[in-house]
Design a protein around this ligand. Sequence first.
Ligand code: SF4
Length: 81
Amino acid sequence: AKFTRVDQDTCIACGACGGVAPDIFDYDDEGFSFSILDDNQGITPVEGELEDDLMDALDGCPTESIKIQDKPFAHIEEEKA
Ligand code: SF4
């Protein structure tokens, strides 16, 4: 399984990722993408067919804002600590 979250600091709200992976990504009020799986925390595994969608979204993101790793992302509070 993969884990994913969007780096909203670099996302340019282009709308590509939600088009290819609508079950993973949606947009906030300003159009910036986030993972709907776990409110962009990156702690819910992306499995099965969704993994293919995720890789398509990764390939299609022009700013490399879609982050993917094999382990859950740490909570932001922990990253800052
Ligand atoms: Fe943001 Fe990348 Fe999605 Fe475009 S494809 S909305 S830049 S995360």
